[in-house]
Design a protein around this ligand. Structure first.
Ligand SMILES: [Zn+2]
Ligand SMILES: [Zn+2]
Length: 172
């Protein structure tokens, strides 16, 4: 879903989407169940559009330790100012806006791609380290078994460090 700046009302428009598209090529996550994306668009000037919204989705991601996929609920809100136009003016604006809580996004062309915004907001809301549970035991680096599900025997055999093995070999 795309909006040209000149299609957006200066008085503001409210939108509500229950289906998020354009995620086919995203590898980091997929979505499950109901999604709800509400936002407002308001044209501040010919080169500025303000977007505020909330995003409620259940993202499915893979655990960084055991690689099993799990649902990660996201409930986030955002406030973005989209700007297009004179590049020299942007640089000046950027300095002025440093203390603002609003994110400023500079666009080459005067249109907003909502799919991009969804995707970015979900990515921003995901944690750096994605764990199915804080106690996730991960996978055994020897046999590849998921240690949350099975207890493999490998632990008993890797008590000897590789350095100990190496020094023994050298002595021979
Ligand atoms: Zn895990
Ligand atoms: Zn193992």
């Amino acid at each position: 879903m795309r909006f040209r700046f000149n299609e957006i009302s200066p008085h503001g428009n409210q939108f509500e989407l229950f289906e998020i598209t354009g995620l086919e090529h995203v590898e980091l996550f997929s979505l499950q169940g109901e999604s709800r994306f509400s936002f407002s668009l308001k044209r501040k000037s010919d080169t500025q559009v303000e977007m505020s919204g909330t995003l409620l989705v259940s993202a499915v991601v893979n655990c960084d330790r055991c690689l099993i996929s799990f649902a990660y609920p996201i409930d986030t809100s955002f406030h973005i100012l989209f700007e297009t136009g004179d590049t020299d003016k942007w640089q000046l604006k950027e300095v002025e806006c440093t203390s603002s809580e609003m994110d400023t996004v500079f666009l080459d062309e005067p249109f907003i791609d909502c799919d991009d915004v969804f995707r970015q907001q979900i990515q921003l809301a995901l944690p750096q380290k994605k764990l199915c549970s804080p106690e996730c035991k991960g996978i055994c680096n020897r046999c590849g078994d998921n240690l949350n599900v099975v207890v493999c025997d490998c632990k008993n055999t890797i008590t000897e460090s590789p350095f100990a093995v190496l020094s023994r070999l050298k002595k021979k």
